[in-house]
Write a protein that binds this ligand. Sequence first.
Ligand code: HEM
Length: 222
Amino acid sequence: MLGSRWTKVVLFAVCLVPFLLLLWPFWKLVTTGYAPELGANPVEYITHDTGTWTIRFLLITLCITPLRKIFNQPKLTRYRRMLGLFAFFYVCLHFMTWFILDKSFSLSDMWADVLKRRFITMGMLGFAMLLPLAITSTAGWVRRMGFAKWQRLHRLIYFAALAGVIHYYWLVKSDVRLPLMYGAILAVLMLYRVFMWKQAPARRAPAPRAAATSPNTASLPD
Ligand code: HEM
């Protein structure tokens, strides 16, 4: 089942659900003039929703390797690139909401906010780290860069997730339970990697060139 093309199509549709659920109240607002879900501040509603889905998709992407190893399911790797790209899709929506609806396309306002508010600085850092990962996510880029270099670059996802957690922790005013929960999940996922890395030093040897064919099948950064 994990090897089936249809499973990938279904997962793609599932990953789009948060986006469709986000559009739904706006559609209701346009057609009926009434959408209580949006609350008093629709911009805040979109920012919170897209931010939450960005951090969730980052953590789900980072779950693939541990799940693959624990349950001995190598085919799970097929889904990692798509999940990572969905994290990027949601962070783009998140960033664009802030840049378009909050900063009205003003680059000077944007930089002023990046310099003024530390949680925005940290969010931008996370976004900046995800950008090269999305650009180089194709098989062509794996070949162009060489697998070892490409794999090193893609370890940025760990730091992007950390930046996302710090960004969330810094922005909440009182109840820090949710950012701490995401932080704890990230810590477990990273500790698993450190543990596996220490267990098998042989894995650190350069990967054979033959593996560097597709980000779906090659041994992506763990
Ligand atoms: C890795 C990248 C990022 C992640 C994981 C992330 C995640 C989040 C999360 C989880 C929230 C809180 C959602 C909630 O309260 O329910 C949030 C809020 C927010 N994020 Fe991000 N974010 C990222 C990047 C950015 C960037 C690049 C910007 C803009 C420069 C940004 C601007 C904001 C703003 C303005 C809020 C709302 C703050 C408030 O409530 O006052 N984020 N983000």
